[in-house]
Structures are given as structure tokens and as C-alpha cells.
Design a protein around this ligand. Structure first.
Ligand code: IMP
Ligand code: MG
Length: 332
């Protein structure tokens, strides 16, 4: 299994890496392993734009696409997405599966989240209340929803009792800074966003091969904590980078990339490969900087910043050949 994780606050471009890896390697499965309809993945496929919330990107590549038990599922949203994919010409027949022990997001969860979740700026998609009921043992599992029946699978059977080798691409949602344990609590989501979260979907610890970390060359965060420092440059970065949430349309706050957040995320996820996305945005504003030990370090050029970052990654045992800097429109 290869795992894709976001090293910051979501929206770093996991979809792009999923697209790249699925062409490079042949996977039998794509597994979405955490979160619910709070995520928003923008995918360009055959010249068409799709925004998915729960269904993993594997469906675009024709492989078995699994919503794992680490996720919470909103059936209403699930069927809407299926329709959207079919309307866009994607054949989903026999390709999309939901773990029978995944929990369900109900309309009551969504209602509650829209009211109570406002304090931390949730997406209002019912994520927190659904996970609360899961852990309170009052939740509803996918296996009890008749409409979901055609999509249900037992992940033990899927991983261990069917013939043939399994090559899984595990796709995390949200990011390290939003992780329930390691993010900036309480401004977090309610699920496990690290590579460890992938294992919680019935997979053994030694299943992990490569861990692809994705980070933006600057940071963005959407939610109610104060994040963006004063300075016109941050608004410029947000405008040029088109930093608006794909689920809620909210403007994302921006800041320089924080080296300590990055280091923590790399270590805890066991990152072996790393992709920095949207480098063209800083090029357009002609500003190159990071935050290191709470201080802003500015660089004279893109190259100087890349050298600084690569040197730091070397000390974390990430090989130079496994570090990629990529532009918004560019494939890696
Ligand atoms: P919730 O996941 O809807 O409960 O929201 C908790 C926090 O995570 C809020 O700050 C959301 O904006 C943020 N969040 C949730 N999903 C995403 C995502 O896919 N991308 C970026 N931020 C997210
Ligand atoms: Mg997103």
C-alpha cells in the first residue's frame, strides 16, 4: 500500500498526486480512509472538472474505489456524487464500495454541525457529530441502510479472502494540522488524518510501502482561528492561488510555510516522498519565505528557498530524488 497524506491543513493537492501515482503504478484499489463529505477534491479528468467529496479518485482510473470504515458517510451526498459522476460520463458500475462498518452521517448530524460547529468553523457537513456517536456507541452503521446495500463490502474479505495481489493507494482527507490528535485542537476535524489512519481500515502495519506527503509551498487554512498575519502579500497569495474552499467556498487564510509543522508531519507520517505544490504562486508574487522557529526567513530566489527546504529534508532522511516542486497547472 502507498499512502498519500497532506502535511498541512488540507487542500495541498492530494488529488494531483493520486492522479500521478495511479498512472505510474497499477493499483487494484483506491481507499479513502478518513473523514466524510467535509473534504472537497477537485479533479480534472479528460478536460472536465469534477468536485468529489467522499468518493475516492480511483473511480476516474477504473479501479475499485473504497470508502473505508475510517470514514463517515452521508448517503444523500453519496448518491448525489454518483449521479454527478455518471452525468460526467464516468462509469461507476461495480467500482464503488462502502465498508459495511463505516458510520453514517444523518440529517440531524448536519443540522447540529451547522449550529455548534460554527465556533470552530467546520464545514457543517455533520462530521463531528457522526464520529461522536460512533465513539459513544450510539451511531448508525452503513450496513443498516438499505439503499447502500449494493455498495457494501466487508473489508476483511476484500483484503484477505479474495484472490489476487492487492495494490492499494490510500488517500487521506484533510491534513496533519487538522488531525484530531496532532492538529491544533479544537480547530481540528474529528478523524485520523495521518498515515496511521490508513491502517485503521483493516490493514496490517507492514502493509505500508511509500508515504507520499503533499505540502503547499505556502500554507492555507480555512476555519475560525486566526491564522493569516497582517500584510498585503498574504491576500495576494490567496487571490493568485485561488484559495477558496471547494466544499464551502470560504476564503482560505494564508501564511508562509511553517518548517516545524512540516517536520512534525514528515516524522509522524513516515514520509518517503514529498511534493510541494503551487510554487508558481510565490513566483507570481515574487516572494520566497518560510517560518522557522517562529521567525520569518526570506529568500532572494526560488532556488535559494528550494535549497534551504531540500537541505532540511535531507536531515529527515528524504532523498533529493524524492522531492518534487510543482506548479499549479503542471503534472509531476
Ligand atoms: P469539519 O471537518 O467539517 O468538522 O471541520 C473542522 C475543520 O477542518 C474546519 O476548520 C474545516 O474548515 C477544516 N476542514 C475539514 N475538511 C477540510 C478539507 O477537506 N480541506 C480543508 N479544510 C478542511
Ligand atoms: Mg480539499
Amino acid at each position: 500500500m502507498d499512502v498519500i497524506v497532506d502535511l498541512q491543513y488540507g487542500d495541498c493537492g492530494k488529488g494531483k498526486v493520486a492522479h500521478y501515482l495511479s498512472h505510474k503504478n497499477s493499483y487494484t484499489h483506491v481507499l479513502r480512509y478518513n473523514g466524510g463529505a467535509n473534504a472537497g477534491h477537485t479533479i480534472f479528468h479528460n478536460g472536465k472538472k469534477f468536485v468529489t467529496h467522499q468518493i475516492p479518485a480511483g473511480v476516474f482510473f477504473g479501479v475499485r474505489s473504497v470508502i473505508g470504515n475510517g470514514c463517515v458517510v452521508d448517503p444523500e451526498q453519496f448518491f448525489k456524487e454518483l449521479q454527478m459522476l455518471e452525468d460526467g460520463g464516468i462509469d461507476t458500475t461495480g467500482k464503488i464500495f462502502v465498508a459495511e462498518n463505516a458510520h453514517i452521517i444523518t440529517s440531524a448530524h448536519k443540522e447540529e454541525d451547522k449550529k455548534v460547529g460554527a465556533a470552530i468553523g467546520t464545514t457543517g457537513r455533520g462530521n463531528g457529530p457522526a464520529y461522536r456517536e460512533k465513539y459513544g456507541r450510539t451511531g448508525v452503521r452503513a450496513e443498516t441502510i438499505p439503499e447502500l446495500k449494493p455498495y457494501l463490502i466487508d473489508l476483511y474479505e476484500e483484503w484477505f479472502e479474495t484472490t489476487g495481489d492487492k495494490h492499494i493507494l490510500a488517500e487521506g482527507a484533510q491534513g496533519f494540522g487538522l488531525d484530531i490528535d496532532w492538529g491544533d485542537y479544537p480547530f481540528v476535524t474529528s478523524s485520523h488524518c495521518t498515515a496511521a489512519g490508513a491502517l485503521l481500515n483493516g490493514l496490517p502495519a507492514n502493509a505500508i510501502r511509500d508515504v507520499w506527503g503533499v505540502a503547499k509551498i505556502y500554507e492555507t487554512y480555512v476555519g475560525s482561528k486566526e491564522f493569516q498575519p497582517a500584510g498585503e502579500v498574504f491576500n495576494k497569495i490567496g487571490d493568485i492561488g485561488e484559495e477558496f474552499g471547494s466544499t464551502t467556498g470560504r476564503r482560505r487564510q494564508t501564511n508562509w510555510m511553517n518548517m516545524q509543522t512540516l517536520e512534525r508531519a514528515i516524522r509522524m507520517n513516515g514520509v518517503t516522498h514529498i511534493v510541494f505544490s503551487k510554487t508558481d504562486v510565490l513566483r507570481e508574487v515574487s516572494a520566497w519565505a518560510v517560518i522557522d522557529d517562529t521567525k520569518v526567513i526570506e529568500f532572494k530566489s526560488e532556488k535559494a528557498m528550494q535549497e534551504f527546504v531540500s537541505e532540511r529534508l535531507k536531515s529527515l532522511d528524504i532523498k533529493k530524488a524524492n522531492i518534487f516542486f510543482s506548479d499549479s497547472k503542471e503534472t509531476i
